[in-house]
Design a protein around this ligand. Structure first.
Ligand SMILES: NC(=O)c1ccc[n+]([C@@H]2O[C@H](COP(=O)([O-])OP(=O)(O)OC[C@H]3O[C@@H](n4cnc5c(N)ncnc54)[C@H](OP(=O)(O)O)[C@@H]3O)[C@@H](O)[C@H]2O)c1
Length: 285
């Protein structure tokens, strides 16, 4: 597609940003719908976040994704923040609407959509969530609303407890918490239907690590590891070997990206095209 004076600019800010999958995914999606949009990656240091956000207004950029380490710090530079992003204290999508900057977080909807579109029903189910960082916070809010029960385990138990109190209030549900010890995982996993790993354990370069002992995985369990690099974490391999249903982290990545795409363009995202682009890229790297 030819770039012209009318081309709308979107992008992602983060540091590091060189290995982001988002430019491939979004540019392929724009091209497939013949939209006059382009998506670029901008390396932005923490000390320059205010200047970068002013640049959105000055350059009339349509929208940005926000990734580590700016998801929280970017918030004070925006004009309006969506309620769910306020609750989790994290923004991953910015929309520039007539020079007003709106902040959203699409990680939670992305995770729920990834589960549902892959045949994992949440209603009436118990979910065990590992982690209490940025992504886990978004997921906790989104899944608590839809499921019956939720347990949150984290290395830093205090963070799991803080998160559970916030989510209990918002979703009006009782949430149990604990550590990532073998005992806590075993006792919580026993009556859970869905396991979600939102810790960084198993992420490149720690390919061989998992916090879930293999013998605890079983057939009537659905497992989503939100890590997508590597494409198959140790947890995913173990879950497959145990006959569990597996949802890849790429699915969440695609659906959170699709939600951002829809915010910027007002068009339904071409999910299949985005999936193909993301998987082709990940298999190469
Ligand atoms: N698929 C997607 O669309 C998607 C979207 C966002 C993020 N992600 C992935 O999700 C993962 C988490 O991202 P994030 O933004 O939530 O990161 P984050 O805010 O830094 O949170 C990291 C989490 O991992 C835990 N953790 C880190 N090192 C640990 C260790 N050695 N042992 C036990 N727990 C450990 C942390 O526990 P403490 O609280 O104890 O430090 C915390 O719960 C990353 O791999 C990221 O790539 C995927």
């Amino acid at each position: 597609m030819a770039i012209s004076g009318k081309t709308r600019v979107c992008g992602v800010i983060g540091d590091p940003i060189e290995h982001s999958l988002s430019p491939i995914m979004h540019n392929t999606a724009f091209q497939s719908l013949n939209l006059d949009f382009i998506y670029l990656a901008f390396k932005v240091k923490s000390s320059s976040i205010g200047d970068a956000i002013n640049g959105i207004r000055a350059l009339n950029i349509r929208g940005l994704n926000v990734t580590m380490p700016h998801k929280k710090n970017v918030m004070r530079h925006l004009d309006r923040i969506d309620l769910s992003a306020q609750l989790i204290d994290s923004v991953n999508t910015i929309l520039n609407k007539e020079n007003l900057l709106f902040g959203f977080n699409t990680d939670g909807v992305g995770a729920v959509k990834a589960l549902k579109e892959n045949g994992v029903e949440l209603k009436g189910r118990k979910i065990l969530l590992l982690g209490a960082g940025g992504a886990a916070r978004a997921i906790a809010y989104a899944v608590a609303k839809e499921s019956d029960e939720l347990a949150i385990l984290n290395r830093t138990v205090k963070d799991a407890q803080t998160l559970s109190k916030l989510v209990e209030k918002a979703a009006n549900k009782r949430i149990s918490t604990g550590s990532l010890s073998h005992t806590d995982i075993e006792s919580n996993l026993r009556d859970s239907d869905i396991l979600i790993n939102a810790t960084t354990i198993g992420m490149k370069p720690r390919y061989d690590e998992t916090v879930v002992p293999t013998k605890l995985l079983r057939q009537n369990l659905s497992v989503m590891d939100i890590i997508y690099n590597p494409l198959e974490t140790k947890l995913v391999k173990d879950a497959k070997a145990a006959g569990a249903k597996v949802v890849s982290g790429v699915e969440m990545l695609i659906y959170q990206g699709a939600a951002s795409f829809e915010i910027w363009t007002g068009k339904q995202a071409p999910v299949e095209v985005m999936r193909k682009a993301a998987l082709t890229y990940l298999k190469k790297v």
